[in-house]
Design a protein around this ligand. Sequence first.
Ligand code: CS2
Ligand code: MG
Length: 402
Amino acid sequence: MRIAEARVIVTCPDRNFVTLKIITDEGVTGVGDATLNGRELAVASYLTDHVVPQLIGRDPTRIEDTWQYLYKGAYWRRGPVTMSAIAAVDTALWDILGKIAGLPVYRLIGGRSREGVTVYGHANGDTVEDALVEVARYVDLGYRAIRVQTGVPGMASTYGVSKDKLFYEPADAAIPTENVWSTSRYLNHVPTVFKRVRDEFGPDVKLLHDVHHRLTPIEAARLGRSLEPYDLTWIEDPVPAELQEGFRLIRQHTTTPIAVGEVFNTVWDCEQLIREQLIDYIRATVVHAGGITHLRRIFDLAALHHVRSGSHGATDLSPVCMAAALHVDVAIPNFGLQEYMRHTSATDQVFPHGYHFEGGYLHPSETPGLGVDIDEELAAQYPYRPASLPVNRLEDGTMHSW
Ligand code: CS2
Ligand code: MG
């Protein structure tokens, strides 16, 4: 069997998605997500102009060799554009292999290690009261783990807090919108939020919070310590993670667990974090970390160092990525949690899929392959719309981490 054709499909059913569809000479098809929020067309070009011509004629079942060929063969390694493109190819090839074998992908990578994939949803509100209403909604829906974000008093807007509830899209304008940030207001406010949530919902529900890379290590240490009474499952992205050794300082001061990695692309972005046990959850996922093949490599390293998975699953990762992530989640020994921000109905229609939510768990599809596809006719009705993630400035105008 040979790869006969590969198509790059860009569509915007409420947000932009880039999808690769590989077709073999025997008519077997596979799909891979290549969406990189705010930089979608760069990955589309990388695939169309540079990768697709190299795929034609290759044996689709040589998944590892194709991964190595694209990673090493480009000479230029790593980076989100390259690794999202490689991820799309890798994911589509696993989908094809599953269809050839007649098995869901999780059975090709070791089989089931658990009955369901525990997911967390996003409760967010401008005020603590609004957020409490959202937490109650997720508890009613059966979620066992909930991320809580609120606006910060005295600040006009806060990243991660939106009017849309079950899903939201932070990339809201072609030229980035600008938010203003005050670390002191934030650090004083967050513990009061989690006190209210614990008082109202008791000890059982897992609670999480995303810092979106906005603190220094010593500020993150203070946040972690101030949240210890409320037993968080994790604080996420407490500081920008280019300097991996920076996490040592956080670790020295707090027992609140740390999750990092939604912007990581390879095992080299988190090798020190994992090896020195500076984090508890690694949040890399299929689309931005080189596909199923490379993500498993990251999770295997993590398993050796008491680090569990906590894969990114925001709305800008398409249902193709979510389907693939669930096959990995259900199979690996060191699964922790999976983020699950639901997609809009327009997105769900463009990407028909067999995974489903029940009782706080997501379940991967049992059909051969990944159990997800793209409706190309419908996708063509939603043309690309430029949209960028917002930027963040301190009150004096200094650019800050987003
Ligand atoms: C967030 C995302 O889901 C998360 O944890 O950090 O909203 C993230 O900012 C977006 O996926 C960026 O594209
Ligand atoms: Mg995050």
